[in-house]
Design a protein around this ligand. Sequence first.
Ligand SMILES: *[C@@H]1O[C@H](CO)[C@@H](O)[C@H](O)[C@H]1NC(C)=O
Ligand SMILES: *[C@@H]1O[C@H](CO)[C@@H](O)[C@H](O)[C@H]1NC(C)=O
Ligand SMILES: *[C@@H]1O[C@H](CO)[C@@H](O)[C@H](O)[C@H]1NC(C)=O
Ligand SMILES: *[C@@H]1O[C@H](CO)[C@@H](O)[C@H](O)[C@H]1NC(C)=O
Length: 378
Amino acid sequence: MKSLRCFCVCSLLLLKVSTGFGDLRRPENVSMDSLNTRYVLRWDWPHETAINQTVTFTAQYILEYQSRKASNEKKWRLVCVNVLEHHCDFTGAILHYKISFLLRVRANTKQQSSSWVQISFCPEDHAALGPPSSVKLSPVKGDLEIIITDPLSSTNQSMKTLLEDKLSYLIQYWRRSEEPQKAKVLETKNNLVMLTELYRQTWYCVRVQSRDVLHNKSSVFSDTQCTHTEGQMPYWETFLYVLIGLLLFFLLLYFCFYKMFTLLKNTFYPAIQLPDHIQELLFSESEKPQLLSPECPVSVCVPLVLVRTELDAVAVNEESNAGEQDSSTHSRHSSGDSGVYSTEEDSSHRSTTHTDLQMSSQKHREKLHDGTLLELCA
Ligand SMILES: *[C@@H]1O[C@H](CO)[C@@H](O)[C@H](O)[C@H]1NC(C)=O
Ligand SMILES: *[C@@H]1O[C@H](CO)[C@@H](O)[C@H](O)[C@H]1NC(C)=O
Ligand SMILES: *[C@@H]1O[C@H](CO)[C@@H](O)[C@H](O)[C@H]1NC(C)=O
Ligand SMILES: *[C@@H]1O[C@H](CO)[C@@H](O)[C@H](O)[C@H]1NC(C)=O
């Protein structure tokens, strides 16, 4: 019964009080609770007036035009007799949808009956319209197909058989990411509707309301259905996604290599580095040992950096070599490209390096006399 609660209370058009009964209170707030062709008459009754008595109710109906004749009093048809509930189901009475009826109800005890309370009811005008009995939503390429099943009568007939072409549907559809208030609206009498011009690959929600514009009726909305559209994404969007993907991939790759490189570097090449010119010489020493002649000051430079306690000894060593060095320098200056260097391949480059080394070693020597190590290592 609860499921049949209607949305608009049908108007209480006629209230007629029959006279001649005792002072038993009559039912109040009599109304028709209706949905499509399900009709339930409801009423209230003030309990406190007959505490110790069992109160029952009786409900009847008659075609409205028959009620005009007083002689038709016996033509009222019983639907509920002496029921305890405060409602009576008229659905089984098969009231014709387009004909106006009178319905009435009264309270009874063993001793007395109340007066009748009567209302007029015409289903076509007063019965509430239900939402579609089902709404099916399915994506068709970039569009959405909606299949609407008509609201059904109490005998599972389509309400279209009663409302004919007055039944229409109001479709609301909106992107799920947006508010339903921004929904687009489409009114139609068809049961198959195609929503077009939608965004591709996007979630949409749809709900449908039944309407009978002629009788100013509209149902509640159906349950909201959501689905997402299919179809190809626009090319620029695909391109954008691919681009972003690639960018992320390369960033990740770069990060990984950087990490690995740092790790390897820290493992095999500790952070403390030898000065460049010495490193270079160490390198060439291992590759081309023939470059190192015993009188070359280079061989003396290497221990300079590594061991502090030997500095004095080295300094002495260097000084002892200084004589040879000077003489070699002189001989080079005097005779141009001669001696050791002229016999080397790539002589010009090597001689330059040598000259630089000589100068730097001389400089180091000067510093060493002051006892400064930092200048040497830098
Ligand atoms: C009838 O309805 C009115 C308003 O809803 C309410 O105040 C009143 O109590 C009802 N009558 C009974 C007998 O319940
Ligand atoms: C209801 O019945 C009780 C006993 O069952 C009695 O005492 C009381 O007076 C009665 N009340 C009325 C209003 O009749
Ligand atoms: C109407 O259909 C529902 C479900 O489809 C079913 O349960 C019910 O018995 C049917 N009623 C009638 C009167 O055919
Ligand atoms: C239709 O019904 C609505 C409320 O349901 C009401 O506001 C409106 O005035 C009615 N229109 C007509 C033409 O009866």
